[in-house]
Design a protein around this ligand. Structure first.
Ligand SMILES: C[S@@+](CC[C@H](N)C(=O)[O-])C[C@H]1O[C@@H](n2cnc3c(N)ncnc32)[C@H](O)[C@@H]1O
Length: 208
């Protein structure tokens, strides 16, 4: 019986996808993913299923297609181990039913562009969840944050401005794409700035 393959496809650009991910995707019968992830493989002419908030339905389809012995590949952005669909899928399938192929995470990519290691940084997600950023900041040398359309860089600035306005903020937009932009400054300088939908944020102590 074929296993469901959950494949990390990196930050977005094709050059950051591992050879084993390409091989697995080439062999697939059915590709499941968000529209941004499916777009990368549109030339492969595979049967596709797009998830946009219909996760329960997707899992039901996966179970049926697995019974039919279809080769199912679930594409996730970045790495499988960092706030991907992996945990949700594991609620429905056993370890024997799945195989996991890692990818390059948005935090690995950003720190490589900054030419730094991420040792000592707290890695958190505001994607689809609310956390009090200030409760985590002091615990680390800095924090890396995934954002979403509600928890944007501007909303982060508003929530930490009073206590951490003098700290350093880095925003990485559209990482690895042609329109990639990395902006650095003090938290207070980011007030009222607009950013792309796809972005990550680092907050850290300011060093002159
Ligand atoms: C569901 S999370 C997935 C995180 C992913 N597993 C990882 O390892 O980076 C999606 C969030 O990742 C971040 N992200 C993913 N790709 C990105 C990119 N190319 N540029 C900027 N942010 C990105 C954004 O904050 C986005 O809202």
């Amino acid at each position: 019986m074929n296993r469901i393959k959950i494949v990390g496809i990196g930050p977005g650009h094709k050059d950051y996808i591992l050879p084993i991910a390409y091989k697995t995707i080439e062999e697939a019968d059915l590709l499941i993913g968000g529209s941004r992830n499916l777009e990368v493989f549109q030339d492969y002419k595979k049967e596709t299923l797009c998830y946009e908030g219909n996760l329960k339905e997707i899992v039901e389809t996966m179970a049926i297609q697995k019974e039919n012995n279809k080769k199912i590949v679930v594409l996730v952005s970045g790495d499988t181990g960092f706030y991907s669909l992996l945990d949700y899928i594991k609620n429905f399938f056993s370890d024997e039913d799945i195989e996991v192929i890692p990818g390059i995470s948005s935090f690995q990519y950003l720190f490589s562009r900054l030419k730094r290691s991420y040792k000592g940084y707290g890695l958190y997600s505001l994607h689809g969840r609310d956390i009090q950023v200030d409760a985590y900041i002091e615990k680390h040398q800095g924090v890396f944050l995934l954002t979403d359309e509600k928890n944007t860089p501007s909303s982060i600035v508003t929530s930490i401005m009073d206590a951490y306005g003098h700290w350093k903020m880095i925003v990485g937009e559209n990482l690895s794409y042609e329109n990639e932009k990395i902006t650095q400054g003090k938290v207070k300088d980011f007030r009222k700035k607009e950013f792309s939908k796809l972005c990550v944020v680092v907050i850290e102590k300011y060093v002159e």
